[in-house]
Design a binder for this molecule. Structure first.
Ligand code: V55
Ligand code: FE
Length: 495
């Protein structure tokens, strides 16, 4: 007996749970052609709750992790979706109902699973590194997934080497050295200020792990790395252990606690951390960052206040979030100056989220970025995803000139997060690949646009025979980087 999901924006309309595990061979291309150099996998993840919330209400962000894969080869594409088989999901399926209470509050769980390991829903980002596919969520260790079958292989802790209890859903990979940089917030346990920071070598082995204390136990959802520096952002969405014990919400916006940016030299130690502090800001995701001598340029999307409705409610914030100063910005930190001097801000574009760039440009000076925005001139707002109103436009931004090249599929459409797919053709900027939500028909298509010219419209449209809940994050993995399927050598696999 699954009951029904509550009538909340988190579970209604396009946010209605899907819960479909399936295989679809050869999706239908309904317009144009899939570029011939698409040879790889697009992995994407969404929370997709197996059961209605135990306590009547819950956030989108608590849903059980669902991973899906679009496998592209020779102008064709196959689809597969599977649940991430966490301890959480196994326990729920055994009981045939939800056993877990509030978002990241184990004190509210059913007695059957109180204090049991494996509470994380592993529902945020499919991370691929050193031949391994990991289903991540920032409240726990990742789950390793077979990149071909999408079968869950078990919790992954870098061969027992990782000490942190958590790993971010936003590690950063240096495209040249192949190193992966990651951190864990609340690394030493629930509601601690402990931050772990680890470097994983190109071969997948943990090279180093250091710990430091954050200014408060905040939500550190993303971070960013340059060729010379590592940047840790803190903004005032804060957890409190006493509140959790009392059965309260995990996060609260605590106005006045300020924004704190910690910067260390790459290869340096946590002791070298320089802190820059300023007024309260809410961050989304980082587009890129690069160092130029003592200057560190950090490009990301900011807003005046936290946007997640469940956090706003827990914080007593009324109505829609204040977006007065929201936008894509560049903050420049000068390490040769006094930290109290703060940073210099330059506006790069309108408010939005899900910024990406070509993988080859990560950590270096660059020209083009891509992200999603909501443009009211395109059409009225539609609910899609965890924040509420979904984006309706994918835009290329020239971060040097501010020029914008938008693509909006239609007035009643929302666009999910895109991935950037590199082209094998010299000088070609690649493609953007994303799911489009058609709210009039409650159906989806996948669209592919030229990264350099989204405004020219799709080069291919692929029909989806099932509704796809909005992804949190996805990644593109070129076929050549995948391990051979079990029992098949690379030579056989290529033949
Ligand atoms: C985010 C997503 C999460 C989460 C915390 O998109 C932050 C941000 C899907 O889960 O737990
Ligand atoms: Fe994220």
């Amino acid at each position: 007996m699954t009951g029904t999901f509550p009538n909340m924006m988190d579970f209604s309309g396009f946010n209605a749970p899907s819960r479909v595990e399936c295989d679809i061979f050869d999706l239908m291309v309904v317009e144009g052609r899939i570029p011939a150099d698409f040879h790889g996998r697009w992995y994407r993840m969404t929370p997709d709750p197996q059961y209605p919330p135990m306590l009547g209400e819950d956030t989108y962000l608590s849903g059980d992790g669902m991973i899906s894969m679009f496998a592209f080869v020779d102008g064709r594409v196959d689809f597969r979706s599977r649940y991430v088989m966490t301890e959480r999901l196994k326990n729920e399926r055994k009981a045939r109902r939800s056993l877990y209470g509030l978002y990241r509050n184990p004190y509210t769980d059913n007695a059957k699973v109180q204090g049991a390991p494996g509470r994380s829903a592993a529902n945020t980002t499919p991370v691929f590194h050193a031949g391994r596919l990991l289903a991540t969520k920032e409240d726990g260790r990742p789950m390793e997934i077979d990149p071909h079958t999408l079968e869950t292989l078990g919790e992954y802790d870098f061969g027992g080497a990782l000490r942190s209890a958590t790993m971010t859903a936003h590690p950063r990979i240096d495209p040249e050295t192949g190193e992966m940089f990651l951190y864990g917030a609340q690394a030493g346990g629930l509601a601690t200020r402990d931050m772990a920071f680890a470097v994983i070598g190109r071969d997948g082995k943990l090279v180093s792990e250091q710990w430091f204390e954050g200014p408060y136990a905040g939500m550190v959802h993303d971070f960013v790395v340059t060729k010379d520096h590592i940047v840790f952002p803190f903004f005032p969405v804060i957890v409190d252990h006493a509140r959790l014990k009392a059965g309260g919400p995990h996060w609260r916006w605590e106005a006045g606690r300020g924004t704190h940016i910690g910067i260390i030299p790459r290869g340096g130690s946590a002791k070298d951390m320089r802190w820059f502090s300023g007024p309260d800001w809410s961050f989304f995701h980082f587009m890129n960052a690069y160092s130029d001598g003592s200057q560190v340029h950090v490009d990301f999307t900011i807003a005046d206040e936290v946007p997640f409705p469940f956090i706003r409610e827990a914080s007593g914030l009324q109505g829609p979030p204040n977006m007065e100063h929201a936008g894509l910005v560049r903050w420049t930190f000068d390490l040769s100056r006094n930290s109290n001097d703060g940073w210099v801000e330059r506006r790069l574009g309108p408010p939005g989220d899900f910024p990406t760039i070509a993988r080859a440009n990560h950590m270096k000076d660059y020209a083009a970025g891509y992200y999603q925005i909501y443009d009211p001139a395109v059409g009225p707002p539609n609910v899609a995803g965890p924040v509420g109103v979904g984006f309706n436009t994918v835009v290329r931004v020239d971060v040097r000139t501010g020029e914008l090249r938008p693509y909006a599929p239609g007035p009643s459409c929302t666009v999910q997060e895109h991935v950037h797919v590199p082209s094998t053709a010299a000088g070609h900027e690649g493609y953007l690949l994303f799911v489009v939500d058609y709210h009039e028909t409650m159906s989806n298509e996948v669209h592919i646009v030229e990264a350099e010219h989204p405004e020219r419209g799709p080069v291919a449209r692929i029909a989806m025979p099932l509704r796809l809940r909005n992804q949190i994050h996805g990644n593109w993995v070129p076929e050549a980087e995948l391990p051979a399927p079990a029992g098949v050598s690379r030579v056989q696999a290529a033949g």
